[in-house]
Ligand binder design. Structure first.
Ligand code: CMP
Length: 139
């Protein structure tokens, strides 16, 4: 069915000028961009966003990285957009990402893997609400 998901171009992707290429892939796929903004993520928002990883050894590094430069926050709408965007990104570790995916094409490390995508309908709802106010998304 029709879904909305939260996508993000991480600081490494923005810094490297990959924003236009990634947005082009999203739009060529046929997803509708219903929200889009470049922003610095406040530390408390980053800690909330990655809350499920709070006990992991890499949590501090992850929060430092994601708050270390501007990101592009994107709300996408489309048929099966949650799993579809994750398929376009490829595996979290770029070494395992299928050819033609964003991470296979543009990333080399798990820590700096260019993009994020919600992993479930629950995560999508939570993350969209964390990054966008109601009035910021298209109807
Ligand atoms: P993402 O899918 O955005 O959500 C969790 C992030 O944690 C993941 O992308 C990776 O970038 C990061 N991550 C996962 N495992 C590791 C790791 N072993 N070292 C550093 N970062 C990691």
């Amino acid at each position: 069915g029709m879904e909305r998901t939260f996508a993000m171009i991480k600081p490494d992707g923005v810094r490297r000028g990959l924003t236009p290429e990634i947005l082009a892939r999203i739009q060529k796929k046929g997803y509708r961009v219903v929200g889009l903004k470049q922003m610095l993520i406040p530390r408390e928002v980053a800690e909330n966003h990655y809350g499920e990883h709070r006990e992991r050894p890499f949590f501090g590094e992850l929060v430092d990285f994601i708050t270390g430069g501007p990101v592009v926050a994107i709300a996408l709408e489309g048929e099966n957009a949650i799993t579809g965007w994750r398929a376009m990104m490829g595996a979290t570790n770029p070494a395992n990402a299928a050819p033609g995916t964003v991470r296979a094409d543009f990333a080399t490390t798990t820590g700096e893997n260019v993009t994020h995508g919600s992993d479930s309908p629950e995560s999508a709802a939570r993350e969209l609400a964390l990054f966008f106010k109601d009035g910021e998304l298209l109807a």
